[in-house]
Design a protein around this ligand. Structure first.
Ligand SMILES: Cc1cc2nc3c(=O)[nH]c(=O)nc-3n(C[C@H](O)[C@H](O)[C@H](O)COP(=O)(O)OP(=O)(O)OC[C@H]3O[C@@H](n4cnc5c(N)ncnc54)[C@H](O)[C@@H]3O)c2cc1C
Length: 381
């Protein structure tokens, strides 16, 4: 681990550095009081028993071998905000400044994020969020990045990649699913089992959590129609289960988008009804999608929401404005579906944003309709 900033020394009485977590706690506290954001550095391999508790604190070079209650140990403290490419905290691997957001989005656009961590269960998610909070690092949880426009300059914060992907059949027609579970797989699975409500999901390349957050839908179905309850994690670490009745959903809108203290959706429980033709319906939706959408291309699905009360879709308006196939830099409006914007290779967020703004302007001029983005622009700062 490469530390960059200055060092200083703190002394603390330690009874037995080999076994006593309690005394390390005191040492950490002292160190923190000495100087905020400074770290106690420990040779972790020598004291693996404290690594879980110690989280990101690393203690090294005790000046005296401390084995009795009277020994005073001197540790070297250094600031941890360092230039090293990665570090481990609570068993989670954080990557510093190297992970490209373009690798995490279906649009394949976006610069590096300051911190990156992947979580695969609730405990890891909690640890990641706690780390970010303790270090005042802004964070954002993402699923498959299929509705995000990341910025070329990246993200000054921590991107938490959600891979909490358990699938549990509570009883027939009731499924409890991890928020990182692939939404398209859920659609196929439920339809195969002969249940209706999620047939549309088989063509949506997102996660269950992203689907709930966005209230994803198609073909007259919406995820909110079959949600029974949602387990969420608050920024202060509290877990809460919210019943469907206490949530509000509308077209591509959910209560989650307005929750200030929401850290993440952890799991969703679905209640779905039997329907013998579910599998056929799911296949028909997928075939229709393959014919009408540029599925092999780098896109984020529909860029704009369909405007309400206009009677035509956003795609039709864009097409009628003569913009189908229009290209700006390396960003292009699909020839197949005018509400899908394609990264032709090497498109920047700047290209995409300019194209989005141009389309909004033209549609406003021609039809006096304000198009509103469905995609989520992730501000770098
Ligand atoms: C080819 C294609 C087809 C598509 N078709 C459809 C369609 O038919 N219908 C439709 O509605 N959408 C469609 N989309 C858009 C997209 O797939 C959906 O919006 C999907 O639900 C997003 O899920 P995600 O995991 O990719 O979310 P991300 O893009 O990763 O995130 C989107 C937003 O959700 C938030 N979020 C994600 N996970 C969590 C979580 N666990 N807790 C809290 N917040 C979270 C993120 O912070 C972000 O603000 C399509 C996209 C593509 C590329």
């Amino acid at each position: 681990m490469g530390f960059t900033s200055k060092m200083f020394v703190v002394s603390s009485p330690i009874s037995d550095v080999k076994t006593s977590n309690h005394d390390y706690k005191t040492l950490f506290k002292t160190a923190r009081q000495c100087q905020q954001h400074q770290m106690v550095v420990l040779r972790r391999n020598k004291h693996p028993q404290i690594s879980l508790y110690a989280s990101h604190y690393h203690i090294m070079k005790p000046r005296h071998k401390a084995t009795t209650t009277t020994t005073t140990t001197t540790c070297i403290l250094k600031e941890e905000r360092d230039s090293s490419p990665s570090f481990t905290s609570c068993g989670l691997k954080f990557i510093r400044g190297k992970k490209l957001l373009s690798e995490l989005s279906t649009w394949r656009i976006g610069g590096p994020c300051n911190y990156f961590v992947q979580v695969s269960d609730r405990t890891q998610l909690l640890s990641a969020i706690r780390y970010c909070r303790e270090h005042s690092i802004r964070f954002l949880i993402i699923g498959k990045g299929s509705n995000c426009l990341f910025d070329d300059s990246g993200f000054d914060g921590c991107i938490i990649l959600n891979r909490i992907d358990f699938f549990e059949e509570v009883k027939s027609g009731i499924y409890r699913v991890g928020s990182g579970y692939p939404f398209n797989q859920l659609g196929v699975r439920c339809s195969n089992d002969g249940f209706t409500g999620l047939e549309f999901a088989s063509g949506v390349p997102g996660s269950v959590g992203g689907g709930a957050y966005m209230n994803a839908g198609a073909n007259g179905q919406e995820i909110s129609d079959v949600i029974s309850s949602v387990e969420i994690l608050q920024t202060d670490g509290r877990l809460e289960t919210i019943n469907q009745n206490d949530l509000a959903f509308s077209y591509r809108k959910s209560s989650f988008q307005d929750m200030e203290d929401l850290a993440a959706i952890v799991a969703v429980t679905f209640k779905i009804k039997p329907f013998p033709l579910a599998r056929e319906q799911q296949k028909a939706y997928l075939t229709k999608r393959r014919l009408s959408q540029p599925l092999g291309e780098r896109s984020a699905g529909s860029v704009f929401k369909n405007p309400e009360g206009v009677g035509v879709s956003a795609g039709e308006l864009i097409e009628k404005a003569g913009l189908k196939g229009f290209r700006l830099g390396n960003a292009k409006i699909s020839e197949v579906h005018a509400n899908f914007f394609i990264n032709c290779g090497g498109s920047t967020s700047k290209d995409m944003i300019e194209l989005i703004n141009l389309v909004k302007e033209k549609v406003k001029d021609k039809f006096n309709v304000e198009l509103i983005e469905e995609i989520q622009y992730v501000s770098p700062i």
